[in-house]
Design a protein. Structure first.
Lengths: 148, 360
């Protein structure tokens, strides 16, 4: 029970920090199964939100970045962990598949971003080496996980 | 001094899996390294979208040839959370029992590989002989040595008789004795220390910045283990230590893995003692309600993360798999920097690479 209370308290703090930093963003929070919380943000706020999570709340561990083509947009999920899971989600329209890289303060994000670039064609601005990660040498540039 | 580029792989004698490294060498020392992945990319994440949840269990089991069970466990745990079913305790215990046996298997196999790469064939043979005991146990329990196919959504599909439980406890006692001998060798054997101490060192700061997981992180002082830090049954009712070392070199990783193996044997014994009676599975619907879930477990190599999205049908809309090797691979350039060419194999084995996992 203590753990649950601590989690609630911590997430309240995180949420108010986000609200203070992005007053014009209609943030939504969802509690998910298995100790996970999802927070939806606008794409331009993701970099700063991740910085807040890492620097202020010590969510140092970026588990991975999931990319997903819903048929209407490309959604990105930044899964962080430090005793509890927190996922920042955002949606990129097909017309602007670009987002700021996290590698400037989380070098561990490099492979996740390269994989998303290969699989979904999302361009991570500022990534020092945005090369395909898993594709063959004669890759034709198509993105296997894209629906359109 | 002249720079020479030494290509290693994709097919090479160090690892049994295809990955390619390009090492820039000045004299005997590596100055730069580049890596190329993707030689065993099978497109499993994409294939998952074409198959039902039941079929996916068999597909995801084939991501890794060593920790196959932990992948299906993570997947089933996520799908069960989406379904909102509560598993019978016995199912959770049996699932975790196999996870721990797999951890013992993985760590012993790894010790053998490390020993082989440093030319210490005696440890290699002893470690792999003892690994055979675990493989036999797992074959007895599940019918398979590597791919166990015991997880189903809603439980497991094997049970343990009381007779079998007693024999298993006896086998585990023998195994612990063997593992303790290997642990002693790792702690005191000078040849092994000479090859692994101060090699491939990573600081705690680097570990945190590179988001490293598992024994590699614990060998650099990061005290993290999802079995303890995200307590779920049955681990919340069991007592175990999480070995952590501060040195951050390959020797510390070896020691952490061997200490973990001993802990895993203890965990197996506890689970067999506390094994609750009852059914081993529960019936669930084949259609999964729409929703999303993030499922994490502690595999032998560290945190495994699955993101599963369901659209309400019997096939997932997206399954994302993040294996621990993909995360740990990213540290290789900093570990290889300024390393003697002869130590490259030690550094590479120290991370416990599973390329099939990283490529998926």
């Amino acid at each position: 029970m203590n753990r649950l209370l601590r989690q609630l308290h911590l997430f309240e703090e995180i949420f108010s920090a986000f609200q203070a930093a992005f007053p014009d963003d209609p943030l939504t929070v969802q509690a998910m199964p298995i100790d996970e919380t999802f927070v939806t943000l606008a794409p331009e706020h993701i970099h700063e939100a991740c910085e807040i999570l890492v620097e202020r709340f010590d969510f140092y561990h970026l588990s991975t970045i999931t990319g997903l083509d819903t048929g209407a947009a490309v959604e990105l999920f930044y899964h962080f962990w430090n005793a509890y899971g927190i996922t920042l989600r955002t949606a990129l329209p097909y017309t602007a598949l670009r987002i700021a890289t996290l590698t400037d303060f989380i070098p561990g994000a490099a492979f996740y971003e390269r994989e998303l670039y290969t699989m979904l064609g999302v361009v991570f601005e500022g990534h020092v080496n945005l090369q395909p990660l898993l594709q063959p040498d004669d890759w034709d540039g198509s993105h296997p996980l894209r629906k359109t | 001094m002249t720079k020479i580029i030494v290509p290693i792989g994709p097919q090479h004698p160090l690892l049994k899996e295809p990955v390619s490294f390009q090492l820039t060498v000045e004299g005997e020392h590596v100055t730069e390294s580049a890596m190329r992945l993707g030689y065993v990319h099978r497109g499993i994440e994409r294939l998952c979208q074409e198959r039902t949840y039941v079929q996916n269990i068999h597909l995801l089991e084939r991501i890794c040839g060593i920790c196959s069970h932990v992948h299906t466990t993570t997947f089933c745990q996520g799908v069960e959370a989406l379904l909102g079913v509560k598993l019978p305790s016995r199912a959770l215990y049996l699932r975790a029992l196999l996870c721990e046996l797999e951890r013992i298997h993985s760590h012993l196999l790894w010790l053998g590989v490390l020993a082989l790469n440093i030319g210490f064939d005696t440890i290699f043979m002893y470690a792999w002989r003892d690994r055979e005991v675990v493989l036999d146990i797992m074959e007895d329990l599940s019918g398979g040595r590597v791919s166990h196919a015991v997880n189903i959504v809603g439980g497991v599909r094997f049970d343990l008789t009381d007779d079998r439980r007693v024999t298993l406890l006896r086998q585990l006692n023998g195994l612990e004795e063997q593992v303790r001998i290997l642990l002693g060798v790792v702690e005191h054997e000078q040849t092994l220390q000479a090859r692994t101490r101060n090699v491939g060192r990573l600081s705690l700061e680097q570990i945190r910045r590179y988001c490293v997981v598992g024994p590699v992180a614990r060998a650099s002082g990061l005290d993290v283990d999802l079995r303890r830090d995200m307590p779920r049954p049955p681990y919340d009712g069991l007592t175990f230590q999480v070995p952590v070392r501060q040195e951050g070199d390959v020797w510390a990783r070896t020691l952490v893995r061997m200490l973990e193996t001993v802990e895993s044997v203890h965990l197996c014994r506890q689970m067999l003692d506390l094994l609750p009676p009852g059914p081993v599975s529960t019936r669930v619907s084949r259609r999964v309600p729409a929703g999303e879930v993030v499922s994490r477990t502690e595999a032998p190599r560290g945190e495994v993360v699955y993101y599963i999205r369901s659209d309400g049908s019997d096939k997932p809309a997206r399954v994302k798999v993040r294996t621990p090797t993909l995360t740990n691979l990213i540290t290789l350039p900093s570990q290889l920097e300024n390393v003697n060419m002869a130590d490259v194999s030690v550094v590479l084995s120290g991370v416990d690479l599973c390329i099939a996992c990283a490529d998926r």
